[in-house]
Design a protein. Sequence first.
Length: 311
Amino acid sequence: MEKLQDESNLIVVCGATGRQGGAVVRQLKSDGWRVKALTRNRHGAGAEKLRRDGIELVQGDLDDVSSLKTAFQGASGVFGVTDFWEHGYEAELRMGRNLIAAVNACDVDHFVFSSVGATERTEGLGITHFDGKREIERAIADSGLNATILKPVTFMDNMIGPRFRANICKKGKFQFGFNKRHKFQLIAMRDLGVFASLAFQKHPALYRKPTELASEAITMEDFSSKLSAAVGRPVRYVFLTRPMQQVIGFFISILGRQGKYKAGPSLVNQFSWNNEDGGWAADIEALKAIHPALMATDVWMQTIDWWEGLR
Ligand SMILES: NC(=O)c1ccc[n+]([C@@H]2O[C@H](COP(=O)([O-])OP(=O)(O)OC[C@H]3O[C@@H](n4cnc5c(N)ncnc54)[C@H](OP(=O)(O)O)[C@@H]3O)[C@@H](O)[C@H]2O)c1
């Protein structure tokens, strides 16, 4: 692989105050790239934390293509990610198209876009949070850009929100929408950061090859027993059945702006698809050949302070 990480090669990272972009910006920096973190608000708490970590910030809004063109000036690479959960299908697609237009206009050498796994196997299933990403992948292909599409499966890091941790640590209960029968693929956010950095290094197994990404495949009961060891108390798995998911989906739909995006039903449809056969299909052995230190769930669990704020 070429050694591309030096001061002349700047990467602008979208979503850097969030989970995916945050993992990417930190990995790129530690791998020796010059990086800039794009944010709508340079004075927000997430941006201030990046600044304290020595990361340069740049102002930009995915809904404002001219701000992206300014932010991408001089960049040889751009990491793009769009957020369905804040904006919904139509705006997510529009933002993806804005990214493509700005990358194109700025003569960026390499665009790495984080989509989601399985977009090519889930068309017509009503999984709206995949649908916009599939359209963006197609728009990238049509644009002729030099691009690599990363396709992460379910993040392990979904399980560390305050409600999950309170249930796990205080009630000994881990609840999720995956059934007890199958092994489900999960990915650690940190591994996504490593794959993004390898993509920018033009790793031959990743560069310009859309790749579904996972760290491990595990049953939810095994995940719960590893959680028991990590938090120091027994944790049992509770499968949220489809009717239970629909009740939760209903509340997601009436609370806040996600209602108008049909976010609840979209999530229920994703779980139904996953529960048929596990759904995700990353080639984990091939991924280990690219990134041998893929994080197993128990290793990932050791990196989390499960009891933070709960004692
Ligand atoms: N959860 C999973 O298992 C999973 C798996 C695969 C894919 N995904 C996808 O991941 C995406 C969310 O990624 P995430 O979890 O990293 O998000 P996140 O932690 O919620 O952060 C959202 C980021 O997006 C940025 N952002 C939002 N709107 C923006 C705009 N208009 N202009 C510029 N930046 C904007 C925010 O930056 P500022 O606020 O600083 O501007 C923030 O950094 C979703 O589309 C989801 O479908 C999730």
